[in-house]
Design a protein around this ligand. Sequence first.
Ligand SMILES: [Zn+2]
Length: 438
Amino acid sequence: MKKVTLIMAFLFILGSLNAQQILIRNANVFDGKSEQLQYGVDVLVEGNLIKQIGKDIKANRRTQIIEANGLTLMPGLIDAHVHLSLNMNFLGMFYQQPDYLAAIALEEAKNTLMRGFTSVRDTGGEVLGIKLAIDQGHAIGPRIWAAGAGICMTGGHADLRPQAQRPRQLGGPVYTDGEYNGIAVIADGVPEVLSAARLQMRKGSAFIKMFTSGAVSGMYDPLDIGEFSFDEIKAAADEAKRWNTYLAVHSYNEKGTRLALEAGAMSIEHANLMTEETMKLLVEKGAFLSTQTGVYFSDAPENWSEESKMKHDKARDGIDNLFKLAKKYNAKITIGSDYVDNAEQKKGQSFELSNRLKWWTAPEILKQATSGNAEILYFSGPRNPYPGKLGLIETDALADILLVKGDPTKDLTLFHDSENNIQLIMKDGKIYKNTINN
Ligand SMILES: [Zn+2]
């Protein structure tokens, strides 16, 4: 018995000697929760976890040392609403080969990580193959919590079929163009909704996404309409629960948002036109408010119709009221970017933080973009592909770490120039960028 214990102790010591260690010395730490930095702190990473945080941590012979020299060490940023696979005009996507679209999405995944976003929640699109390639080390990108294709009713927000296309019931294609590209799956009635939801879970999605209201950029749906019936939304919410995860819905207006919350949706994406009564319901249900600003603050794309441009302005004007209500009722708010057009536009991802300074302080926004956004990732329960603590600098948290020039608790605009100001990017204990001159 004694011998076995000795052998086990030996193997344990051998194991810890073999685990790769990286010691970051003399950093000012933003831990994802406290609004104050801790100055002159060392952080030891072992394998993919943060092992120790403190002063004068001892290294062994093989530990890689990085001298932070007063740079700020913080958790990797989290974007709670992206579409990595949507990088051009939706209709343009239909003319492209899937492998071409995947190649562009992989480039965008790398750009996202290089902007300091180590985790993203992908709220619609063909990304599960990309996620697998990144997770297996074939490509570079963030951790991805994916919804797969969003569930959309005929004529709903993501129904991008040309007017002249015959529906499948009348001999049209079995798959719509949107389904072929994995943007959305068209479903009408409870059985089709169930089938569409199960199809996404079968692909390995972390949650289910559905469109329950008119939107800004849709081809057929006015901003004022609710999409799907109560029974259809409830079927998707129940199916998500059956898989021990949750339903997220795209909804702008009161009708779509209220019905979705009553039917069991646990995240409302956008919600720009939400009323006070519905905000109270959201908080009562414990649901998330998944918000964006940059897509509305920038001008609507020129190729949009006049009607879409008007809808865009209406959605933008709703943000002030939405944020005031969210603060008043202390809603579980997340930060996302939601850019879908091109790589140039997606560079604005980092502006999503500073855009919110009219409503929150810099430390509050930083917390929302790290430990706050992590809460919705955990909400996938057993369907969370990366179990572990995220958005935090604390012992046993996953080692997703940035070292940045300056103090982000005072200046969020430093992320605008991520190329120069983010000097080190680590995801899962692995360094993807290091421009610190030691
Ligand atoms: Zn979106």
